[in-house]
Ligand binder design. Structure first.
Ligand SMILES: [Zn+2]
Length: 134
């Protein structure tokens, strides 16, 4: 992750498209930087948007899994799971905080349902992982 952190988001977007099933990527700068992955004729609704810290963690996890796993899809899944073990932000190295995922429009989706716990970078305001109740 140290090496990826120094790259600009355009470079990360190029790497992300190489290791994912997507065929296109573009960088979006709004409140923060995103990498949008999609197919050439995909609409915005069909694109997958990944924020920069998540992209760094997933690319690093994917590369780390390379010697152990042959299947690309399995490696991507492993890279995703990898994010739950982070203790610092992959991008700015701020210590991550555990939070609780509060629905914005009130109430939980079902009675007795616990809100999901999350791992958040307070500096980037990015959620790195959501612990889903089993
Ligand atoms: Zn951060």
């Amino acid at each position: 992750m140290d090496r990826l952190r120094d790259r600009d988001t355009e470079t990360l977007a190029e790497i992300a498209v190489e290791i994912s099933p997507a065929t296109t990527s573009r960088v979006i700068r709004e409140d923060r930087e995103w990498i949008a992955l999609g197919a050439p004729d995909a609409t915005v609704m069909e694109e997958t948007w990944i924020d920069r810290p998540t992209a760094i963690a997933e690319i690093a996890g994917y590369r780390a899994a390379e010697p152990f796993l042959d299947d690309d899809a399995v490696r991507l899944a492993a890279a995703r799971t990898n994010r739950m073990f982070l203790d610092r932000c992959p991008d700015c190295e701020t210590e991550l905080e555990q939070g609780v995922d509060m629905p914005c429009c009130g109430g939980y989706s079902g009675p007795g349902e616990e809100p999901a716990e999350t791992l958040v970078c307070p500096a980037c305001e990015v959620r790195l992982y959501t612990f889903e109740p089993a």
